[in-house]
Design a protein around this ligand. Structure first.
Ligand SMILES: Cc1cc2nc3c(=O)[nH]c(=O)nc-3n(C[C@H](O)[C@H](O)[C@H](O)COP(=O)(O)OP(=O)(O)OC[C@H]3O[C@@H](n4cnc5c(N)ncnc54)[C@H](O)[C@@H]3O)c2cc1C
Length: 414
C-alpha cells in the first residue's frame, strides 16, 4: 500500500521532521538501517549553542589548529587522502574561513538557534517530553591567554542577559573541577543543553504513541525514479516502499543521494564521547566548552559526558583507545584529578558541510523528494527549526524558491 511520507534515517533530523509532519496531519513512516540506539544523534554533547558561536570555518581556524598540533593538543585530525571529494570539501572550507562569511553565519546561527530553542520548549510543554533540558547557559573556558584576551575584546561591554565574565570564585562554583591553569571563563547565558539520548528515546516514544510507523533494521539501498518522481525505494531485505513524499535524512551517509546523482558537499567528521558517573559536588553547574581544546563537558541527570575530536578522512566506526586517552589527557591538564566511574566510550560521525550551513530542501527535478542532510557539528541545536522548514515545504507543497528559510539557511543556495 502506498504510504504518505516516508522518512529514511531516524536520527534527530528524521525524528524532528516526523514530529512536525505528524502535528500537521501527515502520516509518517520512519525507516532506519539500525535499531535507533547508537547514531550520532545519541552520542553527542547535547549543547544547544547557537549564540555567540563562532563557526568552524573561521578566519583563525587553520593557524590555531596548526599551533595546537605542535602542542600535541589538537582535536582536529586530517588523515592524508587523495579522495577528490574530501579535497574539494577542504578547499571550500578554507574559502569560507573569512570574516564576512563568519559574520553572516553567526547571524543565521542566532536566528535559527532562537527558533529551535522555542520549538524545543514548546515540544517539552505541549507533549510532556522529558529531555533533561536546562536553559542555564554554556560556560566557555579558555586555556590559552591569547584566545581569552582576544575574546574579551569582543565582550568589553555589559549585557547581563547575554553573558557574564567569571571571576575565580564564580569559576570554581560553575566548574568545581577546574585547576589553576585555566586562564578565564565567560558564561554565555542564552545557550542551553539537554541529554541527547533521552531526547531521541522520548521523541521515538511520543511519535509511536501518536501513530507514526517505525521500520527498523531496514537499510534502503536503491531508489527508482519515474516521470520526474521517486517511484519507490528498495531495501536490502528486498522490500519496496511507495509514498507520496520521501525525505532523506541519512546523516553522514550519502549512498542514496549518490544514486540520485546529487553530489552533497559534506564529509564525515569523526568525534568521540566518554560518558561517566562523577561525584555530584564536582559536576559542573552547566555545560562547559573548553574553547581551546574543543572539549565539551555536559552534566546530565545520571552522569556527565565529555566529547571531543574532529577527524576527517576516516570512516572507521571503531572507538580508538588512543583518542579516548588523548581526550582524558587534555581534559585533566586543566582539571583536578577525579575518578571517572562506569565509563562508556562512543564514536560517531558529524555530517560536516564546509560552511556550517545544512543541506536542506526539495529536489529540483524529482518533486516528491526532500533532503534533510548536512547538519554538521550543530545538528541537535538546529534540528527542530530545520524539521519545521521541511514540514512547511511538504505540507504546503512549496518549492524552494518560495521558502525564505531555504534561501537563507540551505547550503544548496549558499
Ligand atoms: C562528538 C560529537 C559531539 C556533538 N555535539 C553536538 C552538540 O553538542 N550540539 C549539537 O547541536 N550537535 C552536536 N553534534 C552534531 C549532531 O550530533 C549531529 O549534527 C546530528 O546528530 C546529526 O543528525 P542526523 O539525524 O543528520 O544524523 P544521524 O544521527 O547520523 O542519523 C542518521 C540515521 O540515518 C540512518 N541511515 C543512514 N543511511 C541509511 C539507509 N541507507 N537506510 C536506512 N537508514 C539509514 C542511520 O542508521 C542513522 O540512524 C555532535 C556530533 C558529534 C560526533
Amino acid at each position: 500500500m502506498k504510504k504518505d511520507v516516508v522518512i529514511i534515517g531516524a536520527g534527530i533530523m528524521g525524528l524532528t521532521c516526523a514530529y512536525f509532519l505528524q502535528k500537521n496531519g501527515r502520516k509518517v513512516t520512519i525507516i532506519d538501517e539500525g535499531n535507533i540506539t547508537d547514531s550520532t544523534s545519541f552520542g553527542n554533547a547535547g549543547l544547544l549553542s547557537a549564540f555567540d558561536k563562532t563557526p568552524l570555518s573561521n578566519p583563525g581556524v587553520l593557524l590555531n589548529t596548526f599551533k595546537l598540533m605542535l602542542k600535541g593538543q589538537s582535536p582536529a585530525i586530517l588523515h592524508p587522502t587523495l579522495d577528490p571529494k574530501i579535497c574539494k570539501w577542504l578547499l571550500n572550507f578554507a574559502i569560507n574561513a573569512n570574516s564576512k562569511r563568519t559574520k553572516k553565519t553567526m547571524m543565521l546561527f542566532e536566528k535559527y538557534g532562537e527558533i529551535s530553542l522555542d520549538l524545543y520548549k514548546q515540544m517539552i510543554k505541549e507533549d510532556n517530553l522529558d529531555f533533561d533540558f536546562h536553559h542555564t547557559g554554556m560556560l566557555s573556558v579558555f586555556t590559552e591567554n591569547k584566545t581569552y584576551e582576544a575574546k574579551l575584546k569582543n565582550y568589553n561591554y555589559v549585557d547581563e542577559d547575554r553573558f557574564k565574565i567569571l571571576d575565580k570564585s564564580d569559576l570554581s562554583e560553575y566548574l568545581p573541577s577546574a585547576n589553576e591553569k585555566v586562564k578565564g571563563a565567560i558564561l554565555f547565558k542564552k545557550n542551553a543543553h539537554f541529554d541527547s539520548k533521552r531526547v531521541m528515546l522520548e521523541l521515538k516514544r511520543h511519535l509511536e504513541e501518536s501513530g507514526a510507523e517505525f521500520i527498523l533494521n531496514e537499510k534502503i539501498k536503491n531508489i527508482n525514479f519515474k516521470d520526474k518522481k521517486v517511484n519507490y525505494i528498495l531495501s536490502e531485505n528486498k522490500n519496496f516502499y511507495e509514498a507520496e513524499h520521501f525525505v532523506l535524512s541519512t546523516g553522514y551517509q550519502t549512498l542514496l543521494s549518490d544514486i540520485r546523482k546529487k553530489p552533497l558537499l559534506m564529509t564525515p567528521a569523526k568525534g568521540y564521547s566518554i560518558t561517566f558517573e562523577m561525584p555530584e559536588v564536582l559536576k559542573p553547574k552547566t555545560s562547559v566548552l573548553f574553547n581551546d581544546l574543543f572539549i565539551v563537558m555536559t552534566p546530565r541527570r545520571d552522569n556527565v559526558r565529555l566529547t571531543s575530536k574532529l577527524e576527517i578522512g576516516s570512516v572507521d566506526k571503531n572507538v580508538v583507545k588512543k583518542q579516548i586517552d588523548s581526550i582524558k589527557k587534555n581534559f585533566f591538564e586543566y582539571n583536578n584529578k577525579f575518578e571517572m566511574k562506569e565509563e562508556v566510550h562512543w564514536s560517531g560521525f558529524r555530517p560536516l558541510t564546509p560552511n556550517d550551513i545544512p543541506l536542506i530542501g526539495r529536489d529540483e527535478e524529482y518533486n516528491n523528494l526532500s533532503y534533510a542532510m548536512g547538519l554538521g557539528w550543530l545538528g541537535m541545536t538546529f534540528a527542530p527549526a530545520l524539521g519545521n522548514i521541511i514540514c512547511d515545504l511538504i505540507v504546503n507543497d512549496k518549492q524552494n524558491a518560495k521558502s525564505d528559510d531555504i534561501l537563507l539557511f540551505s547550503g544548496f543556495y549558499q
